[in-house]
Design a protein around this ligand. Structure first.
Ligand code: NGO
Length: 548
């Protein structure tokens, strides 16, 4: 696609800064902002990621929190009350203010007010945020919208609001009017907990971090050759034996069903839907090692701790194989409120194509029988997949990102009415190294700089695929080289917010030069939060980001 560079024309104070022209943050009143180490909050349009659909800055107006400020909940809804509580939980420790959560009768003066409102134009996740001298008014059609609005409000407050200890104010929110809603319904992040296991605390920390950028899907890659990570009661050895190692031979681990439910619930509180993946028919060595009967020759292979792919396959001819997936998907479906189960389907190099198609054609009805829709990696488009019900194919091809290319699997999916989730490996794979000096990561899809991770668009990846064929975007993070959440953070930040923006913000007006000035403002926030981010030299980070 053709990237429009930021149009640098002067803005009058109060100018509407909308995505159809110039995105928020690119302009100072009367001055273009160049990527700078420091931005003066008094004169700069707020730098929000993902960029809101529209933002008016209101000069001369701002709201400063005081010890009398209250959080007013204007709707009787447990979900809204929870969103209010999360805002209070964030801001109380750092401001030192009581910030009581109170009902609408307390009045809206000196308050942050949250209320549900009939605003159908904002869809199921949008919100409106108005900041004026008297307070902050946040309105949305759903609690999810209010939650996303709170994430924007966080970025309007000084970075130190993220601190767990009392900080000095002032806690000033600039005067703005924001109207915002997402471009795509699916804005995902994938965590591979199979190659290396990540604890529930680590999974929750990642949920905290991705939800700040309005990600709404957490895809958990729960099984692979190196480890099975979810307890299945009808096949207990999957977890106890198949989960007992990981890449490099460490002890691995698995989630009990109660722990998995805890992650799902925690994600839901952040308006994130968990999509569990059981990879098949390849990437199944951990299962094949756990149960000899799943193998065509009846012999269990040893556990695997290397990093090869595509060597394992379930036995497509055995009925037991389908009983196995029926049991596994059945248990998982009961634990998963979201409507999707991911069945993998990638890199089945040791499964002949006809067997692969037979397998997928039998697997899809099993997913549907348990009341779920199916998503798989784009190879599933070779089978008789059905767009109705809403099967999805997750494309992970290497693509130019700016010039549409013919992609046979994407074409096949779309011809079957299947929508795409786009994860181009050379742009969206967060496990790719930034450059040759990156201490972790792979580079089979090339090096993925921050700029490269941002400069692509889902609607212009493929020839013959339009925006209507696309459900959204997803940033996978595979963990062959990543052993803990700090290493995951280093790969995800600062690239994940850019993928989140591609999923949320309008396409028109996005430009790298403008984006990098907004991204620079995230550095101090992550520094305060203790997020281990890569201080890429591509970004002129705001000063407070440097300290470590
Ligand atoms: C590929 C492969 C995974 C690897 C990953 C590493 C897909 C869909 N299958 O992506 O097994 O872990 O690359 O980047």
């Amino acid at each position: 696609m053709r990237w429009r560079s930021t149009r640098r024309r002067p803005a009058r104070p109060g100018t509407r800064i909308a995505a159809t022209g110039v995105l928020a943050g690119s302009l100072v009143a009367g001055l273009a902002v160049t990527p700078s180490a420091q931005a003066d909050p008094a004169t700069t349009a707020p730098r929000i990621v993902p960029a809101p659909v529209s933002m008016n800055t209101v000069p001369g107006q701002s709201f400063t929190l005081t010890r009398h400020t209250k959080i007013v909940v204007g709707s009787r809804s447990a979900d809204v009350a929870r969103v209010a509580a999360s805002l209070a939980g964030l801001a109380r420790p750092s401001t030192g203010y009581p910030l009581p959560v109170v009902g609408a009768s307390a009045g809206a003066h000196d308050a942050i007010s949250l209320r549900l409102a009939a605003l159908p134009q904002l869809g199921t996740e949008g919100y409106q945020l108005n900041v004026s001298r008297g307070g902050v008014q946040l309105a949305a059609p759903t609690a999810a919208g209010l939650f996303h609005g709170v994430q924007t409000l966080r970025q309007l407050l000084p970075a130190k609001v993220e601190s767990h200890s009392a900080q000095r104010g002032p806690w000033t929110v600039p005067g703005v009017t924001i109207s915002d809603h997402p471009r795509f319904a699916w804005r995902g992040a994938m965590l591979d907990v199979s190659r290396h296991f990540f604890t529930i605390e680590e999974a929750k920390r990642y949920i905290d971090e991705i939800s700040m950028y309005k990600i709404n899907v957490l895809h958990l890659h729960l099984s692979d050759d190196q480890g099975w990570r979810i307890a299945i009661k009808s096949w207990p050895r999957l977890a106890t034996y198949g989960g007992s190692t990981e890449v490099g031979g460490g002890p691995g681990g698995y989630y009990t069903q109660k722990q998995y439910t805890d992650i799902v619930r925690y994600a839901a509180q952040h308006f994130i839907t968990v999509v569990p993946e059981i990879d098949s028919p390849s990437h199944t060595n951990a299962a094949l090692a756990s149960y000899a009967d799943l193998n065509c020759d009846g012999k269990a292979p040893p556990l695997y701790t290397g990093t090869s792919v595509g060597f394992s396959s379930v036995c497509v001819d055995k009925d037991l194989t389908y009983k196995f997936f029926d049991d596994v998907i059945g248990e998982l479906a009961k634990l998963t409120p979201g409507s999707y189960v991911h069945v993998g389907g990638d890199e089945a190099h040791s499964t002949p194509l006809s067997d692969y198609v037979t397998f997928l054609d039998r697997l899809q009805p099993i997913v549907h029988a348990h009341g779920k829709n199916m998503i798989g990696w784009n190879e599933i488009a070779q089978a008789d997949v059905q767009g109705s019900p809403a099967t999805l194919a997750q494309n992970w091809s290497i693509l130019d990102g700016n010039t549409p290319a013919a992609d046979p699997l994407a074409t096949a999916a779309v011809q079957k009415g299947v929508q795409l989730v786009t994860s181009p490996a050379n742009h969206a794979y967060l496990d790719m190294q930034y450059d040759a000096n990156s201490p972790y990561g792979l580079h089979w899809a090339g090096y993925v700089s921050v700029q490269k991770s941002y400069q692509w668009d889902p609607a212009t990846l493929f020839t013959g695929v339009t925006e209507q064929n696309i459900r959204g975007v997803e940033a996978p993070i595979w963990s062959e080289t990543l052993t803990n959440i700090h290493e995951v953070e280093y790969m995800a930040f600062p690239r994940l917010p850019g993928i989140a923006e591609i999923g949320w913000s309008p396409r028109t007006g996005r430009s790298w030069d403008e984006y990098r000035t907004r991204l620079a403002a995230q550095g101090p926030r992550w520094t305060v939060m203790g997020v281990n981010f890569y201080r890429s030299p591509e970004i002129s980070w705001d000063a407070q980001s440097a300290t470590r």
